[in-house]
Structure formats: structure tokens, C-alpha cells
Design a protein around this ligand. Structure first.
Ligand code: FE
Ligand code: FE
Ligand code: ZN
Length: 278
């Protein structure tokens, strides 16, 4: 089954997001756990969640992806910000326990001058603090473009974080096609080779989701500027290969392209025509 959706605004609640996901032709969606700029989460609306749970079950929404705010930084040189990241993550996990099939995605962080090794240690430290046996929600590390002091631009860095995390069975990876292109992984000319590298270094069994974005920049640019599907340096042929690849096709795909809802609907319709159903 083709699991496809896009990033949606969480402001009207879960039931509204599920309805919008279907309206744009999808069967999943991504949303921010809280406002990307602020740190406060909106109060849990249990009535909305109850309605959402039955609506999702009736309409074939089996998984959703909750994205941590961009500002959350598990490896800031500022201990106060690291502590805030820990609090946010713990709170997000407890809220996600009410959402069946949810996964949690976060940017590993930016080491803000401390160096990649230190950054990796702090991210693993934080995970070792907040991950507990009872957490059922898979926690995904997103592959990054390697912009500035970002950690997670190399598969090796993601693998190190997983290795240093005690409850590593709770962790997975979300592969962002724009980010890995910008990070230097050439999926345009060698998708098989990049996936081979991913498997060798991290293991494809850890790959749980794909952020499907085109990129405004050439491979290795370390920029992180998303482009609409087929309008960037990846192009429609690469996108077609990604959504049909035997190692990727059963994963959920999430669009984070620069679009309003009508643009997302168009992209999802195009992707469905590009998908080879077996
Ligand atoms: Fe992201
Ligand atoms: Fe992404
Ligand atoms: Zn991005």
C-alpha cells in the first residue's frame, strides 16, 4: 500500500488534520508537536482525540508523524536549552501515547560550536534520560543537510547516536530526500548506492519513514531549502525511483514541500500516477 501524506497545521486538532489529510488525497499526515517558535504545547483535547481515533480507524489512517519543533536542540552548548529539549521531548512522548500508530521525529540538533563528537554524546545523553521502557512511540532521528553545526548530516553520526543510546530499539530514522541530497548523498545518479551505504552504516531495518522533498540546491550544498516535487535538483525521475524502490516503497512518505493545501493535493495526485502498484 502507498502511504502518502503531507505536513499539516495542528491548530484545529487531530480530527481536523485527519479530514484534511483525506481531502488532499493522503492517508497519513505530519504535524508539529507544538509551535516551532514557542515551546508550549496546546492542551490535550481528549474529546478530539477520541473522535480522531475512530475516524482514523474507519478511514485507513494507520500511522502519523509528529515532528518536534525546529528550535528544540538536544546538543546546544547552553545547558538550559538542552534541559528545555529534554522537557519538551518527555512531554511530547507522554502526549503521543494517546495517538495510535504515531511516530515522533526530531532533528538531532546543532552542536553550536562544541564539535560533532560532543554533540552526538549530548543527544545520546538526552535520549538516555527521556527514553523509558514504557514508551511505545518509535522515536526517529531525521537525516540532516549538514548545514552549519548540524549533527546528523552523515549516516555515521546517526549510527553513533543510536549506538550510544541504551534503549536503541526505540529509535528509528526518517530519511529526508532534500536533506541527504544537500548532505552529499547522490540519489539522482545512485539511489541504490546511497541505500547500500545507509544499510551498511545504520541498517535499513532502522528506516521507518521518508520526508519526500525536492531540493533547490545541488548535491553536497549543505543548504536545506526544500523545493516542490519535480521542480528541483532531484527531479521527477528520482522521486519516481524513490517512491517505487523495493527498499522504500512500504514506508510512509511525507511531503514537506513549499505548498498550500491545493499544491499538496496536486503533488499527491501526481505521486499516485507515478507509483507502480504491484
Ligand atoms: Fe524536519
Ligand atoms: Fe524533513
Ligand atoms: Zn529541511
Amino acid at each position: 500500500m502507498f502511504t502518502i501524506g503531507c505536513h499539516l497545521s495542528a491548530s484545529d486538532g487531530f480530527l481536523a488534520m485527519a479530514k484534511t489529510a483525506l481531502a488532499v488525497g493522503g492517508n497519513t499526515f505530519q504535524y508539529f508537536s507544538r509551535n516551532p517558535r514557542g515551546s508550549r504545547a496546546r492542551p490535550l483535547d481528549t474529546e478530539d482525540i477520541d473522535k480522531y481515533v475512530s475516524f482514523a480507524a474507519e478511514n485507513g489512517i494507520k500511522t502519523v508523524l509528529c515532528h518536534a519543533p525546529y528550535t528544540m536542540n538536544a546538543c546546544s552548548s547552553d545547558p538550559g536549552l538542552r534541559d528545555l529539549a529534554k522537557q519538551m521531548m518527555a512531554e511530547d512522548f507522554s502526549r503521543l501515547s494517546y495517538i495510535p500508530g504515531a511516530m515522533y521525529n526530531f532533528h538531532p540538533g546543532s552542536h553550536t560550536g562544541q564539535g560533532t563528537e560532543k554533540g552526538i554524546e549530548e543527544i545520546a545523553d538526552l535520549l538516555n534520560n527521556v527514553l523509558t521502557e514504557d514508551i511505545k512511540t518509535p522515536v526517529l532521528l531525521e537525516t540532516m543537510a549538514g548545514k552549519g553545526s548540524e549533527v546528523g548530516g552523515r549516516f555515521e553520526e546517526i549510527a553513533e547516536i543510536i549506538k550510544k543510546t541504551e534503549l536503541s530499539e526505540k529509535l528509528g530514522v526518517c530519511l529526508d530526500t532534500c536533506h541527504i541530497n544537500d548532505g552529499g548523498y547522490d540519489i539522482v545518479s545512485d539511489l541504490d548506492g546511497v541505500l547500500y551505504e545507509f544499510d551498511r552504516i545504520i541498517g535499513l531495518d532502522k528506516l521507518y519513514a521518508v520526508h519526500l522533498n525536492d531540493s533547490m540546491n545541488p548535491v553536497g550544498a549543505h543548504k536545506d531549502r526544500h523545493q516542490k516535487i519535480g521542480e528541483g535538483t532531484l527531479g521527477i525521475d528520482t522521486v519516481k525511483k524513490v517512491i517505487n524502490h523495493k527498499k522504500l516503497r512500504d514506508l510512509p512518505f511525507f511531503l514537506e514541500t513549499p505548498n498550500e493545501l491545493d499544491g499538496y493535493a496536486k503533488e499527491i495526485a501526481i505521486l499516485k500516477t507515478l507509483r507502480n502498484e504491484e
